[in-house]
Write a protein that binds this ligand. Sequence first.
Ligand SMILES: C[S@@+](CC[C@H](N)C(=O)[O-])C[C@H]1O[C@@H](n2cnc3c(N)ncnc32)[C@H](O)[C@@H]1O
Length: 199
Amino acid sequence: MSSTNRGKERNKFDYYVTPQKDIINFLKVFKGNHNELNNIENVLDPCAGGDKDNDMSYPEAIKKVFPVWNIETLDIRMDSKANFKGVNYLDTDISKILPDYNADIIFTNPPFNLAMDFVKKAMCDVSENGYVIMLLRLNFLGSKDRNIWLRNNMPYEIYVHSKRMSFTKDGGTDSVEYAHFVWKKGYKGITRLHLLEFK
Ligand SMILES: C[S@@+](CC[C@H](N)C(=O)[O-])C[C@H]1O[C@@H](n2cnc3c(N)ncnc32)[C@H](O)[C@@H]1O
């Protein structure tokens, strides 16, 4: 594939690289709040990213904080570093590609335009009492389209990245706040809000 076509494919699939330091910042605080994470076995990143110049951000960050977790990865792009490439998560029955696999956590930064679909499917795929953790814009909490679903499926926790995240090599930011939203399958209740340290 030529570099121009590779660039077009990246835009089409909303590919950008999440800084590992921000994922690690979140994971360390999340770990401090959840003793049960020591019993986690399987983590799925359903749009794991990576390319010839970049590692897959979430799997690499997870390995640094939870080295024993078993991480499975897939991505729709053929130039991704995922174990399963060319896979559209939204129409894939995970049991067909990973028989006898139960994801305790589904954890990623999904493509922006498909974020709601990713959250809904992940909530179906994750184990009972498991976690779905997605990096989303704070305004994911607004919008008429998401309102009914969100009110019936409130996140368990939200960890706000108080310092704006940068997704560009020059460290530039736009005026968008991001947070790691944590859903716990089976949980019905109010959301605990955490502000991550400004660093
Ligand atoms: C915002 S990027 C995030 C990449 C990586 N998770 C990270 O945080 O650096 C979104 C990723 O989703 C992938 N993607 C887009 N649509 C997808 C789909 N339907 N199924 C699986 N992967 C998809 C893209 O190829 C891209 O790698």
